[in-house]
Structures are given as C-alpha cells and as structure tokens.
Design a protein around this ligand. Structure first.
Ligand code: NAD
Length: 367
C-alpha cells in the first residue's frame, strides 16, 4: 500500500535543507522500490504569510492523512514582532505535535568517528557514540495541573508568593512511552536504560514499576534503571555504555540536550516525534538558522538523517534507512564538510553539493 509522506519545508534554512533531503528520499525510492508518495504544505512563518496562520487547516488535514511528516524548521526575526503569540511560527509546530498526539520523542546522539574532534570530550571517550534518548513529550511536570503562582495565606510565610507545579504520570502514559522505548531498543542494540528519581519521587516509583512490567513483553531487550543524577554523570563520563535511554519529559529535555552537545555538531542531529501507531514527525534538532538562511551553506545532513529515521520508524523501510546513513558516513569519509563542521584539510561544500554527494554515495551503494 502506498505510504504518504508530507513535506513541510518551513522557514529560514528549512526549504534549503529539505530540498536536499527530498532528493535523497527520491533516490532511495528508486533504488529500493519504495511505495511512497510525497506531498507538500506550508507551516510556520511561511504559512502565516500566505494564510494568516502558522498552521492552516489544509496543512493540518494533510498531516492527519499522512503516514509520516518531514519538517525543516520554523521561525525567524520577521515574525518575532507578531503581538498575538498564537500567530507565531512555533505555534504551528506545537499545534502539529499536540493535534497529532506525538508523545514519543526520539533523539539520537551519534558522533561519526570522522567528526570526533568536534566534541568537547576526548575522542576516545566519544568517538563512534551512538545512543538514542526516548523522551515522553506530552505529560509530566511540564503539563501537570494544578500549576501556577499563588499567595500564601496564614502561617509564618503569610503574604509570600509561591510557585507550584504538579509532577504526574498515569499508568497508561508510562506504558505507551515504555512501548516506544522497548520497540526502539529492539531495532538497535537491545539495551534499554530507564532513567528516574525513584529514591525521591513517587511518580517515578510508578514509572519504574511499569517499566519492569512492560519489560516482560520484550524478553530480548535488557532493561536497567538509573537515577537521573547518575545518568547525567555517566553521560559525560562514559556515554558509550548506553544504547537506548527512556525518561520523562523534564529529565529527557535536559539529558537529550546534554547528549546532543556531546556530538558537538548541531547540524548533524535528527529527531522524531511519534504517536501510538508509530506515525511520526521527523525534523532536525536545530532551528531555522536565520543568520545563514539563503546563503546555501547550511548543513542538510540532520534533515537527511531525519528522513532515514522516518523510513526506519514510521515506514518500516530499514534497509533504505541503513543505506542513507551509510551514504552520509561515506561523504564524511570523502572529507566533504559544510561550514559548520569544517576543519583544516577537509573540502568545504555548499548545502546543494553536500546533498548531491549523499545522493551519489547512495546510488553507488550495492542495494
Ligand atoms: P538555530 O538552531 O536555528 O541556530 C543556532 C546556531 O546554529 C546558528 O548560528 C545557526 O547558524 C547554526 N545552525 C543551525 N542549524 C544549522 C545547520 N543545519 N547548518 C549550519 N549551521 C546551523 O537556533 P536559534 O538561532 O536559537 O533559532 C533560530 C530560529 O529557529 C528561531 O526563530 C527559533 O524560534 C527557531 N527554532 C525552531 C526550531 C524548530 O523548528 N524545531 C527549533 C529551535 C529553534
């Protein structure tokens, strides 16, 4: 059955990098006989300019119908002045995430050995790093109620203000993110580390309990548990000990950014946000980079690697995904670098040249 992919170029460097990812997808389609069809729509600032809203109805309808979505990035100074916050480009993204119930955020941190010098850690500690952080995206303390700032009445703090939030996860919320994490581990090294703070927080006592329960359905995956403070330490001490890590919204927010920085190159990092049926939206971790938009120098590899993730996780075409990832590694072996990952002795290339090199490397791989 034909699978539909919606392409959302977005703003800034979005259209430049997505153009290259689409060329790579078209090449994979030919080479692996993929039954996929691509469609396009506007989101973010470009949608606001055309339709007066960052998430037009037509875009939402196409997104609901699609099996997977590939997004560039949204936002830019042109729209920062909009008084009505609901019209800002980021609202288009948030609307897609909540409207499609994309609760499972997958953020790989991969450091190609060819780029090991870009990390702030010693090359031997980090070279060849390949971990995946699975973060719960729509629950936990970021969304829990009640929340707010109130004035204390009575007692020794009478009249003082206090801020409060609620850290809450239901069993079903934990179970569905556990499923995403175990299935991701099955597609990789079959090791899953669940990160919590079960020595202090009841929410995460329940989190740990449900993780152990779900583990029984995945006997081929080795589950371990780690407190979040230790996980943060281990990530910078010996990150290669991990395969897949799963955690709640807030811990995941912090750990995935730390893991991303281990690689030292934001232009290389893809991400996915999945719903309960593995339908997903795929996008680079970086933003729309308005400072270099229109210059043809942006790194398209994070978006190309996002397309590979899309083939693996939503479209079940892992051979094509593997091939794209191999092609990216091959162009790095050839010494090709966009400006953001350039170092002495390498060949500096433009966005389009990098895209063309990945296409050529993909064509040259034996299927
Ligand atoms: P950014 O990620 O866009 O840029 C940070 C720095 O990294 C800039 O110097 C930029 O030139 C560089 N950079 C980013 N991607 C690159 C690439 N592919 N190749 C080469 N260099 C790259 O973050 P920012 O500057 O904080 O935000 C710019 C805009 O992007 C803002 O409007 C922000 O709201 C938006 N944003 C969007 C998303 C998204 O769409 N998911 C995420 C983050 C920020």
């Amino acid at each position: 059955m034909t699978q539909n992919v919606l392409i959302l170029p977005g703003d800034g460097i979005g259209p430049e990098i997505v153009t290259e990812a689409v060329k790579v997808l078209e090449t994979a389609k030919q080479k692996f006989n993929l039954d996929i069809e691509l469609d396009n729509a506007l989101v973010g600032g470009s949608a606001y300019d055309e339709f007066g809203t960052p998430l037009p109805e037509v875009t939402m309808q196409k997104a609901e119908k699609a099996d997977a979505i590939l997004l560039g990035a949204v936002g830019g100074p042109k729209w920062d002045e909009l008084e009505d916050r609901d019209l800002r480009p980021e609202k288009g993204l948030l609307g897609l995430r909540s409207g499609l119930e994309l609760f499972g955020n997958l953020r790989p941190a991969i450091l190609y050995p060819q780029l090991a010098d870009a990390s702030s850690l010693k090359p031997e500690v980090v070279s060849g790093l390949d971990i995946l952080i699975v973060r719960e995206l729509t629950g936990g303390i970021y969304f829990g109620k009640p929340r707010g700032i109130r004035t204390i009445e009575g007692g020794p703090k009478d009249g003082e203000r206090e801020g409060y939030n609620t850290y809450v996860y239901s069993e079903s919320e934990i179970r569905r993110i556990a499923k995403v994490a175990f299935e991701s581990a099955q597609k990789r090294g079959k090791k899953l580390c669940s990160v919590d703070k079960a020595n202090v927080l009841e929410v995460t006592v329940l989190w740990r309990e449900i993780m152990n329960e779900v583990a029984k359905d995945y006997p081929d995956v080795e589950l371990s548990h780690m407190y979040v403070d230790n996980a943060a330490m281990q990530l910078v001490r010996a990150p290669k000990q991990f395969d897949v890590m799963v955690t709640g919204n807030m811990f995941g927010d912090i750990l995935s950014d730390a893991a991303a920085m281990l690689t030292g190159s934001i232009g290389m990092l893809p991400s996915a946000s999945l719903d309960k049926n593995n339908k997903g939206m795929y996008e680079p971790c970086h933003g729309s980079a308005p400072d270099i938009a229109g210059q043809g120098i942006a790194n398209p590899l994070a978006t190309i690697l996002s397309a590979a993730m899309m083939l693996r996780y939503s479209l079940n075409e892992s051979a094509a995904a593997d091939a794209i990832e191999k092609a990216v590694s091959d162009v790095l072996d050839q010494g090709l670098r966009t400006a953001d990952i350039y170092s002495d002795g390498m060949s500096k290339v433009s966005t389009a040249e990098m895209g063309a090199a990945v296409v050529a490397a993909l064509e040259n791989l034996s299927a």
